[in-house]
Design a protein around this ligand. Structure first.
Ligand SMILES: C[S@@+](CC[C@H](N)C(=O)[O-])C[C@H]1O[C@@H](n2cnc3c(N)ncnc32)[C@H](O)[C@@H]1O
Length: 490
C-alpha cells in the first residue's frame, strides 16, 4: 500500500476524542502565553481537519482536477497562496481515488506545503532535502525545479524511504536521488547546495488534529530530546549550503525549544548566516517568539513564521528562512556519481517499437541500469554526488530480468501517454476493477486493434498502468499490489 496520506485519518474513536478542555489541561497549556485567542486555539485543535491535496503540475491543471472531483461529488476549495492545492470535504479518502493512483495529486496538508514555497526555487538549483520521508515536500521541490536537475532526498529511516520512493514513483518524479544517512553526519564530499530543507523530526504537536492519539502521548521531555538532534541537523545544513544560498528550517510543533531556540543557537555560532523576513500571502501568520520562559532571544527571531491552527483552520507549523552570506567560503564541485547506461538505448528502442513511441519521447531523459532487475529513468541533467551513495536515482521504469520484460507502473505513467499502440482506454467500472487487481473483459471494440500481450491502460486520457490482454479475451491487471491500498473502493 502506498504511504497512507497524512490527511487520511480514520474517524475518531471515543478514546481518541479531543475536547477543548482536555487540551487546556494537557501539556499544551504551557503555550497559553504565546496564543492570542486560547479558546479559538483549543477549539480548532479539537476539530478534525479537512484533507488537502495538490495537483501534480506534470500531469494536470488544478482546475481540471477540481472538475474531476466535482464529477465525483466532491466540491473542493482552492486555497489562497497555494496555487496547486485543493481543500477536500472532511472525511474524504483521497488515497482511495483513481486520480490518486494515477499520480494526478498528492495529499499534504496546507501548512506542510508552505516550506517549498519559501525556498525560492528555480530550475538549475542543486537542492538537498535532509529529512525527506515520506516525501511530500520532496515532490513539491522536484516539480518547482521543473522535474529536472539535482535534488537529493535523504532520510535516516530506511522504511520511510520506501514510502518516499513510492510517492515519487506514483507522481513521476525524475530528478531525485534518495539516500539513507544520518543528516547530522551528512558528508562534506557531497558538495554544497543552493537550497537545503531541514524539515526536522519534532514532537509533532501541530499535527494533533490529524493524529488525536498524540494528546495522550505528549511527553514533557520530547522537546529536550528533539532539540539536540534538530540543532545538529540545522548546523549540518548551514555547513553544506553554498555561499549566497538558502536554508529552510521547519517543524510541525509549537515548542519554542524546537523552533526559535534551535534557530537562535545556530545563528549564534554561524557568523555567515542571517534570518530572512518571510511572508506567506493568503495565510495569517504570527512572528517567531523572542521570549520564552524567561529566556530572551535576539529580536531577529521575530522573522520566523508561526502558523497557529485557529488562524487558518490548519495544523500548527513553524518556518525559519536562513540566508548564507555570499562571502562565505565556496567549495569545488563534488565528484559526480557514475551511471551505467550501456544497454539502455537498446531497451528504449524495443519500447519504441512495441508501443509506437517516438524517439523524442525520451528527450531530456536518461535511462540507466542500477540493478540487474531493470532500468531506471531520470532527468538527463540529474547529477547526484558519488558520496553518499544513492539508493535510487529517478524512478524504476522497466523490468528487464523477466520474460517478457515489463514497464513498471511508474514508467507507464511517465511515458504511456505518448504510446500509440497496445493501449486500451477503460470505462469507469473497468477502471475500478483494474485498480483492485481484478480480471475483467474488455468490449470487442476496445480490443479491436490491440493484439494479445502486455498493454497500457488509461482512463479519460490519464494512464493507470500495465495489464495483460490474454488470448482468451480477458484483461489481467498488473496494478502493483503495494499500490492497491489506494485502489478505488467498490
Ligand atoms: C517531519 S518528518 C519529514 C517529513 C517530510 N519532509 C515530508 O514532507 O514528507 C522528519 C523526518 O526526519 C527523519 N529523521 C530523523 N532523524 C534524522 C536524521 N538524523 N537524519 C535524517 N533524517 C532524520 C525521520 O525519519 C522523518 O522521516
Amino acid at each position: 500500500m502506498l504511504n497512507t496520506a497524512p490527511s487520511e485519518q480514520p474517524s475518531r474513536s471515543p478514546a481518541d476524542a479531543i475536547t477543548p478542555s482536555r487540551i487546556a489541561t494537557s501539556l499544551l497549556s504551557r503555550y497559553r502565553p504565546l496564543v492570542d485567542d486560547w479558546e479559538a486555539f483549543t477549539h480548532a485543535l479539537a476539530r478534525p481537519q479537512a484533507p488537502c491535496i495538490w495537483a501534480n503540475p506534470a500531469r494536470i491543471a488544478v482546475a481540471e482536477l477540481a472538475a474531476l472531483l466535482e464529477e465525483q461529488g466532491l466540491t473542493a476549495q482552492t486555497i489562497p497562496g497555494l496555487p496547486h492545492a485543493l481543500r477536500l470535504p472532511p472525511g474524504t479518502k483521497a488515497g482511495q481515488s483513481w486520480w490518486y493512483c494515477a499520480g494526478l495529486a498528492h495529499a499534504q496538508e496546507e501548512v506542510s506545503q508552505l516550506p517549498a514555497q519559501l525556498m525560492d526555487l528555480t530550475p538549475g538549483q542543486r537542492v538537498l532535502d535532509l529529512c525527506a520521508a515520506p516525501g511530500g515536500k520532496t515532490a513539491q521541490i522536484a516539480f518547482a525545479l521543473g522535474n529536472r536537475g539535482t535534488l537529493i532526498a535523504n532520510d535516516i529511516a530506511h522504511a520511510r524511504i520506501k514510502a518516499l520512493q513510492g510517492n515519487l514513483d506514483r507522481l513521476g518524479v525524475l530528478n531525485v536521488t534518495t539516500t539513507c544517512h544520518d543528516g547530522a553526519n551528512w558528508p562534506a564530499a557531497s558538495g554544497q547546495f543552493d537550497r537545503i530543507l531541514v524539515d526536522a523530526p519534532c514532537s509533532s504537536e501541530g499535527t494533533l488534529r490529524r493524529n488525536p492519539s498524540l494528546l495522550a502521548r505528549l511527553d514533557g521531555n520530547n522537546s529536550a530530546r528533539a532539540e539536540v538532534r534538530q540543532r545538529a541537523l540545522l548546523r549540518k545544513a548551514v555547513q553544506r549550503c553554498r555561499p549566497g544560498g538558502r536554508i529552510l528550517y521547519s517543524t510541525c510543533t509549537f515548542a519554542p525549544e524546537e523552533n526559535e531556540c534551535v534557530v537562535a543557537a545556530i545563528l549564534a555560532e554561524s557568523p555567515h548566516v542571517r534570518l530572512l523576513p518571510a511572508t506567506i500571502p493568503g495565510f495569517v501568520t504570527r512572528p517567531g517568539v523572542t521570549e520564552w520562559r524567561g529566556q530572551r532571544l535576539p529580536s531577529a527571531l521575530a522573522h520566523c513564521i508561526r502558523l497557529w491552527p485557529h488562524h487558518n483552520d490548519t495544523g500548527g507549523f513553524f518556518i525559519a528562512v536562513l540566508h548564507k552570506d555570499a562571502s562565505a567560503a565556496a567549495e569545488p564541485a563534488p565528484t559526480p556519481a557514475v551511471f551505467d547506461d550501456a544497454d539502455a538505448a537498446e531497451w528504449l528502442s524495443g519500447l519504441n517499437a512495441k508501443y509506437g513511441l517516438d524517439a523524442a519521447a525520451w528527450s531530456g531523459l536518461r535511462a540507466h541500469r542500477q540493478t540487474r532487475r531493470g532500468l531506471h529513468l531520470m532527468a538527463a541533467d540529474h547529477c547526484p554526488p558519488a558520496v553518499p551513495k544513492g539508493l535510487a536515482s529517478g524512478l524504476f521504469m522497466h523490468r528487464t530480468n523477466i520474460r517478457p520484460p515489463k514497464p513498471s507502473t511508474s514508467g507507464a505513467l511517465v511515458i504511456g501517454h505518448q504510446a500509440t499502440r497496445f493501449k486500451i482506454a477503460l470505462d469507469t467500472e473497468q477502471r475500478d476493477r483494474y485498480l483492485r487487481r481484478e480480471t475483467f473483459a474488455p468490449t470487442p471494440l476496445q480490443c479491436a486493434t490491440t493484439p494479445p500481450g502486455q498493454i497500457l491502460v488509461s482512463y479519460r486520457g490519464h494512464l493507470l498502468g500495465v495489464a495483460v490482454l490474454h488470448r482468451s479475451g480477458v484483461i489481467e491487471s498488473l496494478f502493483p499490489r503495494r499500490w492497491s491500498g489506494c485502489a478505488a473502493a467498490p
